[in-house]
Design a binder for this molecule. Structure first.
Ligand code: MG
Length: 386
C-alpha cells in the first residue's frame, strides 16, 4: 500500500523517551490521538480563524478549520500512497500553536516580542506545546511525540536555518521534510481558501458578483453550475461552484505532486529528503488560480473595513495585556511566575498569551486593563434560512 518514498512507521526514529508498543495502534496513530487529546487542541475551538464568534456560530473556528484540513490531507495522502496516519497527525497539529484572534493576534504578539529583541512563530510555539507545556504523563513532560511528527511541526510550511535556530539542529534542517509534511502546507491552503470564500459569502461581506469578478476559476465553474441547476437557490449554486474549485485544487495537488515524483525519479524517502526543492505542490496553472483566490481574500475579506474594528481590538488587547504582565509579573498565575525564574519574562508572558482562547484573553483584558469597549459586529442573516 505504501509508496517507497512514504514514511514507514516501522522505521520511525522514535520518541525521546522510549515507550512499549501499543497492542492496537502504531506510533503515528498514537501521536494523532495524543494531539486530539491535548488541551491545546481543545482550545482551538475558541480561537478565531477569520470570523469571531460575534459574527455567528456557523463560521469556521480554528478547530473546525483543522478538522477540514485533516480530512483533505487524509484523502490526498491516501491517493499518493503516503503514510495517512502521519499526514493526519500533522494536519491535526498544524495550527495548535496559534494565539487567540487569528492572524491579527499572531501579528501583535510577534510585534511586542520584537520590541524585546525576540519574535513569535506559531510553528515553533507548537513545538514548545507538544514538547513541554502539555502535561499528561508522569514519566515525562510534553506528549513525547515521534521524531517525524515533531519534524513535521517545525518544517511543514517553511525552512529554518541552523544558523538562526541552533536549537532545531536535530530536525535535519538541510533536508526537505517528508511528503506527508510538505502536503499539509498545501492542504491548509485548500482548506482556508475555499472555506473563507464560503464564510465570506455567508457573512455577506463578499457578494457573488464580487467573487465572480475577482476569482476567474470560481466564475468559470459558476457558469457551468448555472447551466446544470438554473433553478437552484443561489446559495446552493454557490456551494456547487465552490465544490468544483475545491476538487480542482485537490485533484491538481495529487496529480502534479505525482508527476513531479516521477520526473525527479523519486524512489525512496531519502530521495525526497535530498531533493533540491519541495515536491508537493500545484501545477503552474492551478498555482496561479490559487494565488488569485488568496489575493482576492486579502483584498476583500482579511483587510476589509468590516473586520478592521475587530483587528484593532485584537491588537490592543494583546499589546496592553503583554505590557501589563511585564510590569506586574506577580499577577501571573503561579506556574508562569515559576517559569519566569528560568526564562526571560517576555517569553513567559508570550507563552501565556499564545495559549489563550479569544474569550479568556478578553476576560483577562477586562480584569487587568479595564477594557470593555470593543467593536460589535452585526450578526448577518444566513443565506439559506434552514
Ligand atoms: Mg491552518
Amino acid at each position: 500500500m505504501l509508496a517507497g518514498y512514504a514514511v514507514n512507521v516501522q522505521r520511525s526514529r522514535g520518541r525521546r523517551f522510549p515507550e512499549s508498543p501499543h497492542p492496537y495502534r502504531n506510533d503515528f496513530q498514537r501521536d494523532r490521538d495524543r494531539v486530539i487529546h491535548a488541551r491545546a487542541f481543545r482550545r482551538l475551538e475558541a480561537k478565531t480563524q477569520v470570523f469571531t464568534r460575534r459574527y455567528s456560530d456557523h463560521f469556521r473556528n480554528r478547530l473546525t478549520h483543522t478538522i477540514e484540513v485533516a480530512q483533505i490531507t487524509r484523502t490526498i495522502a491516501a491517493a499518493l500512497h503516503l503514510n495517512v496516519d502521519l499526514a493526519e497527525a500533522l494536519a491535526l497539529v498544524h495550527d495548535i500553536g496559534h494565539p487567540p484572534f487569528g492572524h491579527a493576534g499572531e501579528k501583535s504578539l510577534d510585534a511586542v516580542m520584537r520590541s524585546h529583541g525576540s519574535f513569535f512563530d506559531h510553528n515553533l510555539h507548537a513545538l514548545r506545546i507538544v514538547e513541554d507545556f502539555e502535561q499528561r504523563y508522569a514519566a515525562f513532560r510534553g506528549l513525547n511525540l515521534t521524531f517525524e511528527v515533531r519534524e513535521g511541526i517545525v518544517k511543514h510550511s517553511r525552512d529554518y536555518s541552523s544558523a538562526d535556530h541552533p536549537e532545531l539542529a536535530e530536525y535535519l534542517l538541510v533536508q526537505r521534510p517528508p511528503l506527508e509534511a510538505q502536503l499539509v502546507d498545501w492542504t491548509d491552503e485548500i482548506g482556508y481558501c475555499t472555506a473563507d470564500l464560503d464564510d465570506g459569502f455567508e457573512s455577506h461581506l463578499l457578494t457573488l458578483p464580487q467573487i465572480r469578478g475577482g476569482v476567474p476559476v470560481f466564475d468559470r465553474f459558476f457558469r457551468k453550475v448555472e447551466n446544470t441547476y438554473p433553478d437552484a437557490p443561489e446559495k446552493l449554486q454557490f456551494n456547487e461552484a465552490l465544490k468544483l474549485v475545491f476538487n480542482r485544487l485537490a485533484g491538481d495537488l495529487i496529480e502534479n505532486t505525482q508527476a513531479r515524483i516521477q520526473q525527479e525519479g523519486i524512489q525512496t524517502l531519502a530521495d525526497i529528503r535530498e531533493s533540491k526543492t519541495r515536491l508537493a505542490g500545484f501545477s503552474a496553472e492551478v498555482e496561479s488560480e490559487r494565488s488569485q483566490i488568496k489575493q482576492f481574500l486579502y483584498d476583500h475579506l482579511y483587510y476589509s473595513p468590516s473586520l478592521a474594528g475587530e483587528k484593532d481590538d485584537a491588537e490592543r488587547i494583546v499589546t496592553e495585556l503583554f505590557a501589563f504582565w511585564l510590569e506586574n509579573p506577580s499577577a501571573l498565575p503561579q506556574n508562569y511566575r515559576d517559569k519566569a525564574g528560568q526564562e526571560a519574562l517576555p517569553r513567559v508572558v508570550c507563552d501565556y498569551i499564545a495559549g489563550m482562547t479569544d474569550h479568556f484573553i478578553i476576560e483577562q483584558h477586562e480584569k487587568y486593563c479595564g477594557g470593555n469597549n470593543f467593536h460589535s459586529a452585526q450578526i448577518p442573516q444566513t443565506r439559506l434560512q434552514t
